[in-house]
Write a protein that binds this ligand. Structure first.
Ligand code: CTP
Length: 444
């Protein structure tokens, strides 16, 4: 029996996929088809797959050409499979010519002519309207946003709004956008969705304007500085049929999703403590260290550690208190927020101009999980036990500046994929705003 094996995402199943599978089956007597998981696609940098793994498997199954369907979820798996299933032929489309020649040491490698004028990428562009996005604010994060958005299909950054026209124009020129304006009415007219990266205290005003105009919103953290305000904005978004997402990048990155699965799976028992830190040395003249109203380490950085705490322990803490070291202007340089839950404790530590180890440590009744800095770009997870011989380490990819994950989920949510919105639920985002509110309140 001649066994043939092939792989693909098979997203938005099309004629090219059908022809490929048909011809692959004709190369032998038994066809094994490997379908990629979302996680592996993300790892490969393919962030725009629309159909779920189950839908993609179903579509391959329906062709009747696959004798066996397997799941491809990691690099290096093709060789493992070829040996495990004793495949005689490995085949893929001609877009891959040369890429798999190294497998010739193990089996025959055949590149099949690709069907012309069709691809999942083409269908995605046709089926889903390209989202016209505008950026508000032109600071550091907005500069990282544009290059990251380039990695996501289905979205185009059209223009920028900044009350300082010169800054808007500079940003527009730098990234070759269609427009740069200081006029809000002009801005809303030309876009379907907005990314808000303006100063913290202006977020809620812009979100409200955007939603009133029926525009979808991706807003930098902290989304709001009061729980009530955040809650009202999510209610307004829902009433207007718009997506509102808080851009805490860690929430959307693949490694962090894996962490949640590991930490909550029971391998470390019940979680009793979460210690999360994020510190940064910042230029003393920076806005963060000079703005006496909305500067300081906590407002700037706490979204990350508090996100980890909420995702691991939930939002129903019983008590929250803060300890801070402030400069002469009253700006917090180093702050610890202590959360008490019914059966566990948590600390969020932030520093600006104070540097410490930026770790995330999750302690449980059977072991603990350690993520070294920068854990907010989750790439490394270690599970440690009483007996160090059992320790395990896992590695994950975090591509570029990592904003592409939240942008990709935002675009998917706008296109009706609600699953993508839930990596940071509205109630969790509201709870984050409540923490900011508590912090601002304790300052007075
Ligand atoms: N394929 C093909 N002809 C096409 C499109 C794809 O023969 N017109 C083949 C690919 O070469 C691969 C298999 O179908 O062997 C699965 O490809 P996949 O990457 O899932 O499909 P694409 O349409 O190429 O997806 P994308 O546009 O996302 O890259």
């Amino acid at each position: 029996m001649r066994k043939v094996i092939t792989y693909g995402s098979f997203d938005l199943f099309h004629e090219g996929h059908y022809q490929l599978l048909k011809r692959a089956r004709e190369l032998g007597d038994y066809l094994i088809v490997g379908v990629t998981t979302e996680h592996y696609d993300e790892y490969r940098g393919k962030l725009n797959v629309m159909d779920s793994l189950m839908e993609r498997i179903e579509n391959v199954k329906k062709t009747g050409f696959a004798d066996e369907i397997i799941i491809e979820d990691h690099i290096g798996q093709k060789l493992e499979d070829i040996q495990k299933y004793q495949a005689d032929v490995f085949t893929v489309g001609s877009d891959w010519v040369g890429a798999f020649d190294w497998l010739k040491d193990y089996c025959e490698v055949i590149y099949l002519e690709r069907t012309k004028n069709v691809s999942s990428t083409m269908l995605r562009a046709r089926n889903y309207k390209i989202l016209k996005l505008g950026v508000i604010g032109t600071g550091r994060i907005a500069h990282r946003f544009y290059p990251e958005a380039k990695y996501v299909s289905g979205v185009n950054v059209e223009g920028v709004l900044n009350p300082h026209l010169e800054s808007a124009k500079r940003y527009k020129e730098q990234f070759g956008l269609k427009f740069g304006t200081d006029r809000a009415d002009e801005f809303w007219e030309q876009i379907d969705a907005v990314y808000i990266a303006s100063p913290h205290d202006t977020h809620t005003g812009y979100i409200r304007q955007a939603l009133e105009h029926g525009r979808h919103v991706l807003c930098e953290k902290p989304l709001a500085l009061s729980g009530k305000e955040a809650k009202e904005l999510y209610e307004l978004a829902s009433a207007k049929g718009c997506v509102l997402m808080e851009a805490v990048k860690t929430a959307y990155c693949p490694g962090f999703q894996q962490l949640l699965g590991i930490a909550r799976s029971g391998v470390i028992g019940s979680i009793r403590d979460v210690e999360a830190a994020f510190t940064k040395l910042e230029n003393p003249d920076s806005r963060e260290l000079t703005d006496t109203s909305f500067g300081g380490s906590f407002l700037e950085l706490a979204s990350y550690p508090v996100l980890a705490i909420f995702k691991l322990l939930g939002i129903d803490y019983e008590d929250l208190r803060f300890e801070a070291i402030r400069d002469e202007k009253g700006i917090d340089l180093y702050t610890k927020a202590y959360f008490r839950y019914k059966n566990s404790l948590a600390t969020a530590k932030t520093g600006l101009g104070v540097k410490s180890e930026g770790e995330l440590i999750i302690s449980g009744t059977k072991g603990y999980v350690v993520l070294p800095a920068p854990w907010w770009k989750t790439q490394e997870i270690e599970i440690r036990y009483e007996n160090p011989g059992q320790n395990e380490k896992f590695f994950y990819k975090f591509l570029g500046d990592g904003l592409r994950y939240e942008i990709s989920d935002f675009v998917a949510a706008v296109n009706g994929n609600e699953k993508k919105e839930h990596k940071l639920k509205p109630e969790e985002s509201v709870a984050l705003a409540r923490v900011m509110e508590a912090w601002l309140g304790c300052r007075e």
